[in-house]
Design a protein around this ligand. Structure first.
Ligand SMILES: Cc1cn([C@H]2C[C@H](O)[C@@H](COP(=O)(O)OP(=O)(O)O[C@H]3O[C@H](C)C(=O)[C@H](O)[C@H]3O)O2)c(=O)[nH]c1=O
Length: 187
């Protein structure tokens, strides 16, 4: 059996779009949400430190853009197990030739796709349907004191969210705009 994921590189070096292979029979199917052996090949740095789930009720809701500062910079594997999202990773790696550029992909229970996001990227998404359920695999523990964020509506990022934004947390909305002095994240 070849790999359990079909891996596609994206316009920015780093994030990888993974489509899960489903092993099916008359009862239904099985697929892997995470596979350390395969993801090591894509750069996953070590043990899984945390797995989170989130529920988002209303289409149009935007969560993010979140990241953690070193030494708690983290890789994330983002999956939607119910509903569909527009998932975005923003390159914040200091000195990167694609600094402040982003990739955006549709992840859904139906398309069986996950986005593998390296450390140095901010992550956010917009729910495209109601009743979205997400699973996040993290390579670092959550540390509130290491958390950082950018506004999903920051003009410097130019993210074209597919739907009008219906809901966003005050915290996400209130990040100050990116300035020319913003140098990004260092490992
Ligand atoms: C990430 C995290 C958060 N929390 C606490 C902090 C807040 O009190 C509460 C909600 O956190 P937040 O508003 O950051 O949740 P989201 O806006 O859904 O953020 C999530 O979605 C965006 C798009 C992401 O990329 C983040 O990884 C992920 O945190 O859970 C924890 O207790 N543990 C955790 O691991």
């Amino acid at each position: 059996m070849s790999g359990r994921f079909i891996a596609e590189k994206l316009a920015i070096d780093g994030p990888v779009l993974l489509t899960r292979r489903r092993l099916g029979d008359e009862r239904g199917h099985l697929s892997r949400l995470f596979c350390g052996e395969e993801l090591l090949d894509h750069g996953w740095p070590g043990p899984v430190m945390q797995v989170n789930e989130t529920g988002t009720g209303q289409a149009g809701t935007v969560r993010g853009l979140h990241f953690q500062h070193a030494p708690f910079g983290e890789w994330k594997l983002v999956t939607s197990l119910q509903g569909a999202i527009f998932d975005v990773a923003v390159d914040l790696r200091s000195g990167s030739p694609t600094f402040l550029q982003h990739v955006g992909v549709e992840l859904s229970a139906e398309n069986a796709r996950s986005l593998l996001i390296p450390a140095g990227f901010a992550h956010g998404f917009q729910a495209l349907t109601d009743a979205v359920r997400m699973v996040y695999v993290h390579s670092a523990p959550y540390r509130a004191e290491a958390e950082g964020g950018l506004s999903p509506l920051d003009a410097a990022l130019g993210i074209a969210w597919p739907q009008p934004v219906s809901l966003m947390s005050d915290r996400d909305r209130s990040h100050p705009p990116i300035t020319p002095e913003f140098e990004g994240l260092t490992p």
